[in-house]
Design a protein. Sequence first.
Length: 242
Amino acid sequence: MKYSIDHKSPVPLHIQAEELLRKMIAEEEYQNGKLLPNEVELAKVLAISRTTLRQAINKLVYEDLLIRKKRTGTKVNNCIVSSKSNNWLSFSQEMKLRGISIKNFELHITWVYPDEMLANFFEIKTDRKVLKMERVRGTSDAPFVYFISYFHPRIGLTGDEDFKRPLYELLEMEYSTVATLSKEEISAHAADDVIANKLRLSNGSPVLFRKRFVFDQGERPIEYNLGYYKADSFVYTVESRR
């Protein structure tokens, strides 16, 4: 396999390097335990910095696709099947894999001043506006989830983006922002007037409430997401492996 990336392409170099690595590790020789090329050598062949290459490698290490050991090298991890990468599928991609066709019932983009809690999470002042995206989504029959997302202004979103695209794909391709770490809180709530109206429920109906904090590879906050799911339409599954 010839290793090369397109330096004239608008696609960021670290994303091209990541895609190249994904193709490499699918090859039989690497699946059978062969070490990946040395970082210094591969960076030189691709004409990119080691930092750029390491960013791509770190993404695959985080997904448990690669194992990196000091003084040994980097190789394919054939020991486990990881679900970490699935965490970074957008909602629409995940539903597509399950064979579920998704309909967007509402999409609203606004600029708002963050409250103190949100400003503290983003480590910004409350007088700096952030982009807020609200979406109601579901099947063709009825909505079953209401999302509210806030994005760090550092990303550079304008509000004119095509948010019908998979979200994390958009952030990577357009803004070189890679979602790497997610911290979540899940609890049960009773639907208030707003949630009940969005999801076509009766007031007080049970909903699954998920709060997600999303960070990039430098563990800088990029998204604060709230999700309200119909309790009878959604099952949240967590897989743990020791």
